[in-house]
Design a protein. Sequence first.
Length: 281
Amino acid sequence: MTSNDTAVLRVAGRPVGRYVTRPELSARLSPRPYLHPVTTLSGTAVTELSPADHAHHLGVGVAVPDVEGFNFWGGRTYVRDQGPTELDNHGSQRHVTFQLRDPDGFVEELRWVAAGGELLRERRTVAATELTDQAWALDLTFSLTNVTKDPLSIGSPATNGRPGAAYGGFFWRARKEATPPDVFTAGTEGETEAHGRPADWLALTGTGWTLVFAGATEQTRRDPWFVRTGEYPGVGSSLAHDERLPIPPGETVVRRVVTVVADGRLGRDAAAALVRKAVSP
């Protein structure tokens, strides 16, 4: 069920995610590996690939709109005092090798390349774990190392002048349905309250499914969540919320997000309990 270009994640023998390493995509979409479809244990898809509203949203993965001015998110670039602008500045994430590949996960090496040169080297670790007969966890860690001789920094539309748009980092484009999903954290409810704030975990509930996102390291938990439910359903963790994130030469930035993928609509207590189980050492 695997090839050099794909890996199928399995939980208790069931396929729950397909990882594509070398997608055939236009440069404007910032080609990069992604997970799609990702499903619940009963088979409900909880990701979307290149939806009509945002063609550059690619299931689950890592995407950054500004690495030293290069676009690894796809689509237009937000330019200060100008707005979203079509620029020829797109980069790509290139799969190098699987250092480890098992039915329940893999370790991958990637190169982040733009304008013919490599800016970042990434080590991505993905693992799938059964939690209950109705829930499993997707554990994704990415480590970005500056392989150039110069300082690099990661930015977002927010750091470039667009308030509330600090997307960039881990991102999950969720299933779009007739009704927007509900979103809540341990202490807040609704997109307005959850967006742009840190929280130990954040839940998105749709028709018969729930996703619960949790920062699994202290540094990851400091990053505010980027949340969309009304315009489209998507959740990410913001690497550059208030200011650009510097990466000196040879230095590495690491983040780890664990996502509970569950059948049914979970309440606050059930979501918190599954997160505890998924993130426990």
